[in-house]
Design a protein around this ligand. Structure first.
Ligand SMILES: Nc1ncnc2c1ncn2[C@@H]1O[C@H](COP(=O)(O)OP(=O)(O)OP(=O)(O)O)[C@@H](O)[C@H]1O
Length: 265
């Protein structure tokens, strides 16, 4: 559980910039990024391809450093990756020669737990994602959705305060995606984990997020922060849900007003 004081932001970005340089050429990918993420929040980042979403996630996770501005996690400047903020990718990065249980146990090795404690913790999180019957199976014997659940169990077992997700469900079919989104919400509410999610899926952003950040490109900036004021779990078919979907589509100029059709029956 978090040790963050209730009112302090867990993540804080102040004027963050990122420039990549190669052979004398430099490109500003992110400019003037300012935001706070409060404890317990789920935030989605939406934006066109190449606007710098993954770069932003990498900076928050401490996998890369900003070339300007400041970035804080729990009040401390981010300078390197930490097990308190971990990254979950679209491709699950499971070791094919290890069973589900052993994949999760491997992530726990640096925790310094006894063998029994480590096994107990791994089993707890495997159960939490509903994979107790697949504990001794190998990744190749599991569906994509099940493999992503193992990756989620592995991430949660470390008990991070923040999970950074880069399009975590993009490789899944619609039904598996819906199912895992529900699972993720249930677990997130139970564990109180913060989530920052990069996605291209507007429906996913509205379904999961407390706030949706809309990015512009060249250089990447956060243009708008939309608070989704709907109780969870959300009804995707409800008009209030559609209201937020349309708002976001409008932000990207993707919705068209059509003349009302006349039906003569
Ligand atoms: N290590 C790097 N060196 C040089 N340029 C980079 C590097 N990493 C990213 N870029 C550039 O920064 C820009 C933003 O890339 P990034 O992957 O963050 O975008 P994105 O919004 O996540 O894109 P997508 O939605 O397609 O995944 C791109 O133009 C990319 O080519």
């Amino acid at each position: 559980m978090s040790v963050t004081a209730e009112n302090n932001p867990l993540v804080e970005l102040k004027g963050v910039e990122k420039e990549f340089s190669k052979q004398g050429d430099s490109k500003k990918v992110l400019s003037g990024i300012d935001f706070d993420i409060r404890k317990g929040e789920v935030v989605s980042i939406l934006g066109q391809s190449g606007c710098g979403k993954s770069t932003l996630l990498n900076l928050i996770g401490g996998f890369d450093s900003p070339t300007g501005g400041e970035l804080f996690f729990d009040g401390k400047q981010v300078t390197k990756p930490s097990r308190r903020a971990i990254m979950l990718f679209q491709y699950y990065a499971l070791l094919p020669w290890r069973t589900v249980l052993k994949n999760v146990e491997l992530a726990l090795e640096p925790e310094g737990l006894s063998k029994e404690e480590s096994r107990e913790r791994a089993i707890r999180y495997i159960k939490l994602v509903g994979l107790e019957k697949s504990m001794d199976q190998f990744p190749s014997e599991l569906s994509g959705g099940m493999q992503q659940r193992v990756a989620i169990a592995r991430a949660l077992s470390i008990r991070p305060e923040l999970i950074l997700m880069d399009e975590p469900f993009a490789a899944l079919d619609t039904f598996n995606r819906y199912y895992l989104q529900d699972e993720l919400l249930r677990i997130q509410q139970q564990e109180g984990t913060n989530i920052i999610l990069v996605t291209h899926d507007i429906d996913e952003a509205v379904y999961l997020s407390d706030r949706v950040f809309i990015m512009d490109a060249n250089p990447g900036t956060v243009r708008k922060k939309i608070t989704v004021k709907l109780p969870k779990p959300r009804d995707r078919a409800h008009s209030d849900f559609q209201y937020y979907r349309k708002w976001i589509l409008d932000e990207f100029n993707f919705s068209y007003t059509q003349d009302q059709l006349d039906f003569n029956i």
